[in-house]
Design a protein around this ligand. Sequence first.
Ligand code: PLP
Length: 354
Amino acid sequence: MPRFRAILDTVPAYQAGKSVTSPDGRSYKLSSNETPYEPLPSVLEAIAAAAREVHRYPDPAAVRLTETIAARYGVPAEHVALGPGSVTVTQQLLATLAEPGAEVVYAWRSFEAYPLLADLAGVTSVRVPLAGESHDLDAMAEAITERTRMVIVCSPNNPTGTVVRRAELTAFLDRVPQDVLVVLDEAYREYVRDADVPDGLSLYRDRPNVAVLRTFSKAYGLAGLRTGYMIAAEPVATAVRKVMVPFAVNHIAQAAAVASLAAEEELLERVEAVVKERTRVREALLSQGWEVPSSEANFVWLRLGEDTAAFAAACAAEGVAVRPFHPEGARISIGDPEANDAFLKAAAAFRTRA
Ligand SMILES: *Cc1c(COP(=O)(O)O)cnc(C)c1O
């Protein structure tokens, strides 16, 4: 037997959101925070055109995409680093600082990829429990030691949908030592409507230890193509580019991401429709008697405790796939109105079950 790293025996497998079908054939996937919309015609055209060129390697530096992102946000191109999904950019970040004994601090529960990525990188996870459903930034600051190399702040937080507001975040950043990287995971930024939630890009400019993660997978609807990026000061961006596997962002993904930024207005109209549905779904759940934390993302969170698995099964029987984290709660993505109605019906029935 070849000898493998011991961590592989204990590393948690990533549980992707599942699809389910009801006995009468209905299927609504509300388990992966995807957009319910198919790609725009202009994006499909860019994908088709790029497909004709896949006998060539992609541009390894993704110059066009990098420059388009830089222009969109008014940042230097040197501050942009890409990866095949922002999950992989997080992995690249960990690879830049994974020395024996290194620690990464993050809230828990938060994005389930964090423990997996930390384990794979050989970095020790320090999980700081949520206070209620939100980040406990005081406790996170206290969890920083001389071994801490990175802190991740996920806002809106996956899976609870809660946010970190401007005053508490800047106070936190002021407490973090300069040689500790703070990663603001803003995968759901486009869904935020609370004006007190800072845009990470306004914070990184005068803070060289702050990195902002964004993705094309959620609001921009390109989850299947895998493209994400980081915006940070040049030393951080350069380090992340160094550890990227050559050609990691493929040619079709680069073209589709450029086309998506060109079609941003149309895409953000879709985001607005999802935000309206988020309000409708939450209000319906509240009137059914559920407790639902206010969400700034494209999902809602129900803290179901020991009922979590039964709730997911009841939804599945109606063709609705949710994302259970038994025995804590379930995350339900906001889909199109028909899917959301199917979910609300299942939730109401569960609420009044015998
Ligand atoms: C979905 C998600 C991402 C983005 O993942 P990609 O790899 O870009 O598809 C990053 N962070 C969080 C918290 C997410 O929920």
